[in-house]
Ligand binder design. Structure first.
Ligand code: UD1
Ligand code: MG
Length: 456
């Protein structure tokens, strides 16, 4: 294997996106397009990656961090000019250089590895990754000579009618002998319909030197998509969703309707888990085995243990223990830790709280900034009053406590083990273990009220 390097083109503005966000930062399944590209490139055995930045340079560098080196293209004069900006970093090196666009997020590490391998075996000075498109509109076309060898690449805007009909397209991905690439680049001109220095022009120049150029045709055009506008962005997202969901199915996950299920690339799901229609699983989420995630649930950056049932609920940045069930319509907000066999029922919100094993909050409650022990019953309508208008405070509830319905637990307050809070109480002082706290006005009955009312 030769010394493998990569140049990622990410300096363009992306005018066709009609966006204030730079093109390569538009997300596909939650990750900026250029991050997908860098991830795939890293799987192809490269020792060095240089990303060409220009529009939104700082933002792109912020996203990619130290996964790449950077070269600045101050003016966007075309893809050939962009690659030339890497000359200071790579120009003197020997080896094989992959050039890839930051707007082709679906190309996989396997495809790039295959491209490198094919190139290294063939002895060509350049190998173009091509694909056969049903509709080649917008892409550079691969023009082959009578003996079927690649002659050149023609851009859509420069193509003759016969060339426009060509179905074989340039994916914008190539590997080059590094020296041949930089030699050829210095001869590229901007004499074309767009007045740009086109990278594809190096193909003809390398051939003119008598060197071999070959093409590696990939099977799957879906993987080759270059995202230049929002229509392509949506297609890319759909393809990526399908790819991610298929991998989970192969790992033993059941989908109610995979076409409507959105799962981001880093999510992990155990086998025999069922994911229903409309579910969104995002960020660094891990879901165990034998779970049920009911329709339209959203889980973000959370860890869900085995045998958990989630019904139409939202869970963010939280940890959920085994055999716990949540929902329908519950909201578990950041920094909550639920133990095993916890029951969080409908219209219950939990935030920044710990809830011990087998504790139940079945209906209409707010548990915020609280530490709840085990086997506690939180009655319907209970509110943990955690905010006094200025600052937040925590409350603590001991094991096996019973909080009656519609109680207000005004933080900071402690309820001891097996403490009882009577329904409708507003608790502002600690409740000792095993005591009953009742804090509500005594009931007064006015007899014959109906009669009195009608005489008024
Ligand atoms: C390019 C190819 C085309 C290929 C297609 C595949 C050229 C001239 N055309 O067209 O043959 O079929 O990709 O998707 O190369 N960029 C810079 N600096 C620049 C211009 C562009 O860094 O001055 C970057 C862009 O940010 C983008 C990439 O290069 O990531 C490709 O540019 P884009 O404008 O999308 O080229 P296409 O028209 O798609
Ligand atoms: Mg493009």
């Amino acid at each position: 294997m030769s010394n493998r390097m990569a140049i990622v083109l990410a300096a363009g503005k992306g005018t066709r996106m009609k966006s204030s966000l730079y093109k390569v930062l538009h997300p596909v399944c939650g990750l900026p397009m250029v991050e997908h590209v860098i991830r795939s490139v890293k799987q192809s055995g490269v020792s060095q990656i240089v990303t060409i930045v220009g529009h939104g340079a700082e933002k792109v560098q912020e996203v990619l961090g130290d996964h790449s080196q950077y070269a600045l293209q101050e003016e966007q004069l075309g893809t050939g000019h962009a690659v030339l900006q890497a000359k200071d970093l790579l120009g003197t090196l020997d080896g094989t250089t992959l050039v890839i666009c930051g707007d082709t997020p679906l190309l996989t590490g396997e495809t790039l590895t295959e491209l490198f391998d094919t190139h290294e075996k063939s002895g060509a000075k350049a190998t173009i990754l091509t694909a056969i498109a049903d509709d080649s509109t917008g892409y550079g076309r691969i023009v082959r000579s009578a003996n079927d060898e690649v002659a050149k690449i023609v851009e859509q805007k420069d193509a003759q009618a016969a060339e426009l009909a060509i179905k074989e397209i340039n994916t914008g991905t190539y590997v080059f002998d590094n020296q041949a690439l930089f030699n050829a680049l210095s001869h590229v001109t901007n004499d074309n319909a767009q007045g740009e220095y086109y990278l594809p022009d190096v193909i003809e120049l390398i051939k003119a030197d008598g060197d071999v150029v070959s093409a590696h045709i990939m099977d799957d055009m879906d993987e080759a998509i270059g995202v230049n506008d929002r229509v392509a962005l949506s297609q890319a997202q759909r393809t990526m969703m399908r790819r991610i969901n298929l991998a989970h199915m192969r790992n033993g996950v059941t989908f109610g309707n995979a076409d409507s299920t959105y799962i981001e690339p880093d999510v992990v799901i155990g086998n025999d888990t069922v994911i229903e229609a409309g579910v969104h699983l995002k960020g660094q989420t891990i879901i165990g085995s034998n779970c049920f995630v009911g329709m339209n649930s959203e889980i973000v950056d959370s860890q869900i243990a085995d045998h958990v049932t989630i019904t139409q609920s939202v869970i963010e940045e939280s940890i959920i223990g085994e055999r716990t069930d949540i929902g329908p319509f519950a909201h578990i907000r950041p920094n909550s830790v639920l133990g095993k066999e916890v029951h969080i029922g409908n219209f219950v919100e939990v935030k920044n709280s710990r809830v011990g094993d087998e504790t139940k909050a079945g209906h209409l409650a707010y548990i915020g900034d609280a530490d709840l022990g085990k086997k506690i019953n939180v009655g319907c309508g209970t509110i943990f009053v955690n905010y006094n208008g200025k600052s937040k405070a925590r409350s603590n509830i001991g094991d096996q406590a019973f909080i009656g319905s519609n109680a207000n637990i005004v933080a900071p307050v402690n309820v001891g083990e097996k403490g009882f809070v009577a329904a409708g109480s507003t608790i502002i002082n600690d409740v000792p273990a095993e005591a009953l706290a009742i804090s509500r006005t005594e009931q007064k009955n006015v007899p014959n009220y109906w009669e009195k009312l009608s005489k008024k």
